[in-house]
Design a protein around this ligand. Structure first.
Ligand code: CS2
Length: 498
């Protein structure tokens, strides 16, 4: 840190050389980062990876004996170039600001990442890294949409452009799956052991789904390779949880003032964190259970509880709140009308679908969710929550609708949310006529179907890749039509139809 002529401090960029001079209340990595080896290669270094897996490892590395569990990040997308530049400049260090609901803040520097490869510049380097003998786990946060699953069939979408490319050019991969297959092939051919593929995405059965995708894709290339993967690679399922908003300018300024250092991409997250993992690792694993993660033999009930309550709950607040004109989850859930709607949805339309879980009281879990959503120090934007709804809602919400219809249960609260999604995609403005920012890979298609609602009330449901055969189900279409009529006839206050 340099002192400028007028007495003010010239803050330096965060990197290894300034760690020792940071204010003493900052929790900096006291372990020797030069001893770390990248036992984990992580594909998709977004905010969530940095607040979750990398933060667990940072805690673990504080005790000696885990030095071979450093992380090498991989960015597959062109838009990861800035992230790479920032991480390199900062010696792969970044700040994590953990905000408790009562206002307490934990300020940390995370040191578990020790390298980053930007794939568009050197694809072979990624394959070689995955195939390196130090690599024991390849983990993924590639988002719900990154798995290319069709809602109607549940099958992998072989028609996706990137997937088609990967099948034709296995040595020039685009998707994470193709990189993993290329590296596993290299390991098989050179007689090396396999690595574990660990999905950290919000998809129920995330490990089993990843296994299915990787083995069927490998089979198209080489049935022997596919069989080797079946026999040697493990794909543990896991439930992951920590609310991590998109980094804002306010977060960057907070770090600059509090850490007395410039971090161009700090991460802010809530204090709650949870990670429940099936203990199935073919090449060893860190002792994450020493730092709060939980190993179980079957994660299915945990995943279902989290995705159907938390993630779906977020979407309920996100879509209804956006139409009302709210901007963040905490302000939406602080409105009693939205909080009551959310609680009723959770109690009546999700809880009956969940299994008993020993050690978890569902009523407490739901109370805690509402408290977490209401954390006034976490400004989680509805734009983030509603982004990629086309990839999220089939897994978060439609799955519960299907199960409730099957069981002959009422599901009208969730159906209003689907109608609200149509209204949101159709109008693109809130009830004060202000534009809503929509971020969705299917935005054009969603809008095209939604805009026909005035002449065909069920038009939106004709997107079969999302809604499968719901349009043929009268229990659904009757309630949906009622919701559409209510929304379109009284758009001036969505609370009237909730
Ligand atoms: C959110 C999740 O993207 C979403 O819609 O529900 O990112 C959520 O914040 C995380 O899954 C929390 O663990």
């Amino acid at each position: 840190m340099n002192t400028a002529p007028h007495g003010q401090v010239n803050k330096g960029f965060l990197n290894s050389s300034i760690l020792a001079s940071l204010p003493s209340h900052i929790d900096v990595p006291a372990y020797d980062r030069s001893l770390l080896k990248a036992g984990i290669v992580h594909i998709g270094v977004g905010g969530f990876h940095r607040s979750h897996q990398a933060a667990y490892l940072n805690e673990l590395l504080k005790s000696p004996g885990s030095e071979h569990w450093g992380i090498c990040g991989v960015g597959l997308l062109e838009c990861n170039r800035d992230l790479r530049d920032i991480l390199v400049k900062q010696d792969y260090l970044y700040s994590l600001v953990v905000r408790h609901p009562n206002g307490k803040i934990d300020n940390k520097i995370i040191g578990s990442m020790i390298d980053f490869i930007f794939a568009p510049e050197d694809k072979q380097k990624v394959i070689d890294k995955l195939a390196h003998s130090d690599t024991k786990i390849v983990s993924l946060t590639i988002t719900e949409g990154g798995y290319h699953l069709d809602s109607e069939t549940g099958d992998f979408d072989f028609d996706n452009e990137d997937v088609r490319h990967d099948i034709q050019h296995p040595d020039d991969p685009i998707t994470a799956f193709a990189y993993i297959i290329a590296a596993l092939k290299k390991r098989m051919t050179s007689g090396m052991a396999a690595f574990t593929v660990q999905s950290c995405d919000n998809i129920q059965h995330n490990g089993a789904i990843t296994r299915k995708i990787i083995t069927i894709l490998a089979k198209r290339q080489d049935p022997v390779l596919s069989q080797w993967i079946e026999d040697n690679v493990s794909f543990p399922n896991a439930m992951v949880d920590r609310i991590t908003p998109v980094t804002s300018k306010t977060d960057i300024d907070y770090v600059e003032n509090t850490f007395q250092a410039i971090d161009l991409w700090p991460i802010t997250c809530e204090s709650f964190t949870q990670w429940v993992i099936e203990d199935d690792f073919c090449s060893g694993r860190p002792n994450w259970d020493r730092v709060g993660a939980q190993f179980v033999s079957d994660v299915t009930p945990f995943e279902k509880m989290k995705i159907r309550l938390l993630n779906a709950g977020h979407s309920v607040l996100g879509l209804l709140g956006s139409i009302y004109g709210y901007e963040t989850i905490d302000e939406t859930v602080s409105d009693a009308c939205f909080a009551q709607y959310l609680r009723a949805f959770m109690d009546l339309e999700v809880t009956p679908l969940l299994d008993e879980l020993s050690g978890i009281d569902l009523e407490d879990y739901k109370d805690t969710l509402i408290e977490r959503f209401a954390n006034p120090n976490i400004k989680d934007s509805l734009v983030r929550i509603c982004s990629e709804s086309s990839a999220k809602l089939p897994k978060f919400l439609l799955s519960s609708i299907f199960e409730n219809i099957e069981a002959g249960r009422d599901t009208s609260l969730a159906i209003l949310v689907v109608a609200a999604w149509c209204y949101y995609s159709d109008k693109g403005v809130n009830q004060a006529q202000m534009a809503i920012e929509i971020q969705d890979a299917m935005e054009t298609e969603l809008a095209a179907y939604a805009r026909k609602t005035a002449v065909d009330k069920l038009s939106f449901l004709k997107i079969r890749s999302l809604f499968a055969n719901l349009i043929e189900c009268t229990e659904f279409t009757e309630a949906y039509t009622t919701s559409i009529d209510a929304l379109y006839s009284s758009p001036s206050d969505i609370k009237n139809v909730m």
